[in-house]
Design a binder for this molecule. Structure first.
Ligand SMILES: [Zn+2]
Length: 179
Protein backbone atom coordinates (compact mmCIF):
# COMPACT_ATOMS: atom_id res chain seq x y z
CA UNK A 1 0.00 0.00 0.00
CA UNK A 2 2.89 2.38 0.67
CA UNK A 3 3.88 2.12 -3.01
CA UNK A 4 0.37 3.04 -4.18
CA UNK A 5 0.41 5.95 -1.73
CA UNK A 6 3.75 7.18 -3.07
CA UNK A 7 2.45 6.82 -6.64
CA UNK A 8 -0.61 8.89 -5.76
CA UNK A 9 1.53 11.62 -4.15
CA UNK A 10 3.75 11.62 -7.23
CA UNK A 11 0.74 11.93 -9.57
CA UNK A 12 -0.60 14.82 -7.48
CA UNK A 13 2.76 16.61 -7.71
CA UNK A 14 2.50 16.46 -11.52
CA UNK A 15 -1.05 17.91 -11.51
CA UNK A 16 -2.18 16.06 -14.64
CA UNK A 17 -5.82 15.01 -14.04
CA UNK A 18 -5.53 11.87 -16.20
CA UNK A 19 -2.44 10.67 -14.35
CA UNK A 20 -4.13 11.43 -11.02
CA UNK A 21 -7.22 9.49 -12.09
CA UNK A 22 -5.10 6.44 -13.00
CA UNK A 23 -3.19 6.61 -9.72
CA UNK A 24 -6.48 6.87 -7.79
CA UNK A 25 -7.87 3.95 -9.75
CA UNK A 26 -4.94 1.78 -8.65
CA UNK A 27 -4.99 3.24 -5.15
CA UNK A 28 -8.45 2.37 -3.98
CA UNK A 29 -10.54 -0.28 -5.58
CA UNK A 30 -12.83 -0.23 -2.53
CA UNK A 31 -13.46 3.48 -1.80
CA UNK A 32 -15.43 4.32 -4.90
CA UNK A 33 -18.59 5.64 -3.38
CA UNK A 34 -18.60 9.04 -1.72
CA UNK A 35 -21.32 10.75 0.31
CA UNK A 36 -21.91 14.20 -1.16
CA UNK A 37 -25.51 14.69 -0.07
CA UNK A 38 -24.87 17.33 2.57
CA UNK A 39 -22.04 19.35 4.01
CA UNK A 40 -20.27 17.42 6.77
CA UNK A 41 -21.25 18.54 10.27
CA UNK A 42 -17.76 17.92 11.60
CA UNK A 43 -15.39 20.51 10.13
CA UNK A 44 -12.48 18.05 10.10
CA UNK A 45 -14.45 15.53 8.03
CA UNK A 46 -13.74 15.44 4.31
CA UNK A 47 -16.11 17.35 2.12
CA UNK A 48 -16.17 15.18 -0.99
CA UNK A 49 -18.65 17.54 -2.58
CA UNK A 50 -15.77 19.91 -3.40
CA UNK A 51 -14.52 17.41 -5.93
CA UNK A 52 -17.84 17.26 -7.80
CA UNK A 53 -17.83 19.46 -10.88
CA UNK A 54 -21.11 18.40 -12.38
CA UNK A 55 -24.48 17.89 -10.72
CA UNK A 56 -24.54 16.45 -7.24
CA UNK A 57 -26.41 13.13 -7.47
CA UNK A 58 -29.92 13.25 -6.05
CA UNK A 59 -29.40 10.39 -3.63
CA UNK A 60 -26.13 11.92 -2.40
CA UNK A 61 -24.04 8.94 -3.48
CA UNK A 62 -21.30 9.92 -5.89
CA UNK A 63 -19.25 7.51 -7.98
CA UNK A 64 -16.45 9.51 -9.58
CA UNK A 65 -15.14 6.59 -11.61
CA UNK A 66 -18.54 6.25 -13.27
CA UNK A 67 -18.91 9.97 -13.87
CA UNK A 68 -17.68 11.77 -16.98
CA UNK A 69 -13.96 12.55 -16.51
CA UNK A 70 -14.56 16.27 -16.86
CA UNK A 71 -17.16 16.29 -14.10
CA UNK A 72 -14.64 15.32 -11.45
CA UNK A 73 -12.05 17.58 -9.90
CA UNK A 74 -9.42 14.83 -9.77
CA UNK A 75 -6.87 16.98 -8.02
CA UNK A 76 -9.21 17.81 -5.13
CA UNK A 77 -10.39 14.21 -4.95
CA UNK A 78 -6.81 12.93 -5.02
CA UNK A 79 -5.58 15.18 -2.24
CA UNK A 80 -8.62 14.31 -0.12
CA UNK A 81 -8.13 10.57 -0.60
CA UNK A 82 -4.42 10.91 0.23
CA UNK A 83 -5.11 12.98 3.35
CA UNK A 84 -7.79 10.56 4.51
CA UNK A 85 -5.48 7.60 4.00
CA UNK A 86 -2.62 9.27 5.89
CA UNK A 87 -4.87 10.21 8.77
CA UNK A 88 -6.17 6.63 8.91
CA UNK A 89 -2.77 4.98 8.94
CA UNK A 90 -1.32 7.46 11.40
CA UNK A 91 -4.21 7.39 13.86
CA UNK A 92 -2.97 4.36 15.71
CA UNK A 93 0.41 5.98 16.22
CA UNK A 94 -1.03 9.22 17.55
CA UNK A 95 0.03 11.05 20.66
CA UNK A 96 0.03 8.91 23.74
CA UNK A 97 0.48 9.51 27.39
CA UNK A 98 2.81 7.12 29.13
CA UNK A 99 4.51 6.98 32.48
CA UNK A 100 8.07 7.89 33.27
CA UNK A 101 8.69 6.82 36.81
CA UNK A 102 5.39 7.77 38.42
CA UNK A 103 4.75 10.78 36.25
CA UNK A 104 2.56 10.89 33.22
CA UNK A 105 4.46 11.93 30.16
CA UNK A 106 3.26 12.96 26.79
CA UNK A 107 5.14 11.20 24.05
CA UNK A 108 5.02 10.36 20.38
CA UNK A 109 5.15 6.66 19.91
CA UNK A 110 6.43 5.48 16.61
CA UNK A 111 4.93 2.09 16.07
CA UNK A 112 6.69 0.68 13.08
CA UNK A 113 8.88 1.34 10.12
CA UNK A 114 5.83 1.69 7.89
CA UNK A 115 4.54 4.41 10.18
CA UNK A 116 7.84 6.27 9.91
CA UNK A 117 7.59 6.07 6.12
CA UNK A 118 4.05 7.44 6.20
CA UNK A 119 5.19 10.24 8.50
CA UNK A 120 7.95 11.14 6.07
CA UNK A 121 5.47 11.09 3.24
CA UNK A 122 3.10 13.33 5.21
CA UNK A 123 5.91 15.78 5.86
CA UNK A 124 6.82 15.69 2.20
CA UNK A 125 3.31 16.40 0.89
CA UNK A 126 2.70 19.16 3.44
CA UNK A 127 5.99 20.95 2.80
CA UNK A 128 6.82 20.21 -0.84
CA UNK A 129 3.61 19.00 -2.49
CA UNK A 130 4.87 19.84 -6.00
CA UNK A 131 8.45 18.55 -5.76
CA UNK A 132 7.45 15.02 -6.50
CA UNK A 133 9.14 11.76 -5.76
CA UNK A 134 12.15 10.67 -7.70
CA UNK A 135 14.59 7.85 -7.65
CA UNK A 136 17.93 8.15 -5.91
CA UNK A 137 20.74 8.06 -8.49
CA UNK A 138 22.91 6.16 -6.04
CA UNK A 139 20.76 3.49 -4.34
CA UNK A 140 17.74 3.50 -6.64
CA UNK A 141 15.17 3.75 -3.82
CA UNK A 142 12.35 6.32 -3.91
CA UNK A 143 13.35 9.77 -2.82
CA UNK A 144 10.95 12.29 -1.29
CA UNK A 145 12.52 15.42 -2.71
CA UNK A 146 13.27 18.34 -0.38
CA UNK A 147 14.76 20.30 -3.28
CA UNK A 148 13.32 20.47 -6.75
CA UNK A 149 16.18 18.71 -8.49
CA UNK A 150 17.36 16.51 -5.66
CA UNK A 151 19.16 13.45 -7.04
CA UNK A 152 20.34 11.58 -3.97
CA UNK A 153 19.20 10.82 -0.44
CA UNK A 154 21.11 12.94 2.07
CA UNK A 155 23.00 9.83 3.15
CA UNK A 156 23.72 8.76 -0.41
CA UNK A 157 24.89 12.19 -1.67
CA UNK A 158 28.63 11.94 -0.82
CA UNK A 159 28.96 8.53 -2.44
CA UNK A 160 26.80 9.60 -5.38
CA UNK A 161 28.89 12.72 -6.02
CA UNK A 162 32.08 10.73 -5.76
CA UNK A 163 30.85 8.15 -8.25
CA UNK A 164 29.77 10.95 -10.58
CA UNK A 165 33.09 12.77 -10.45
CA UNK A 166 34.93 9.51 -11.12
CA UNK A 167 32.70 8.96 -14.15
CA UNK A 168 33.29 12.50 -15.45
CA UNK A 169 37.05 12.12 -15.03
CA UNK A 170 36.95 8.83 -16.87
CA UNK A 171 34.87 10.37 -19.66
CA UNK A 172 37.41 13.21 -19.95
CA UNK A 173 40.28 10.75 -20.22
CA UNK A 174 38.62 8.56 -22.84
CA UNK A 175 37.21 11.38 -24.98
CA UNK A 176 39.75 12.51 -27.58
CA UNK A 177 40.50 16.23 -27.40
CA UNK A 178 38.79 18.50 -29.91
CA UNK A 179 41.03 19.22 -32.95
ZN1 LIG B 1 19.84 6.70 -1.94
Amino acid sequence: MIQETIDLAQALAGRNPHVIRDALDRFSRADRLFWVGSEPVDSTAFNWRRAVRGMVPEDGLWQPFKAHRGQVDWETLGWSVLAQHLSRVLTWGALRVGLRGHRPQLGWRVGSLVEVMYLQLLEHVTQHPDFGIGQCDYCGAPILRVRRQQRWHTGCAPAGRQRESRATRKARLTTPPDP
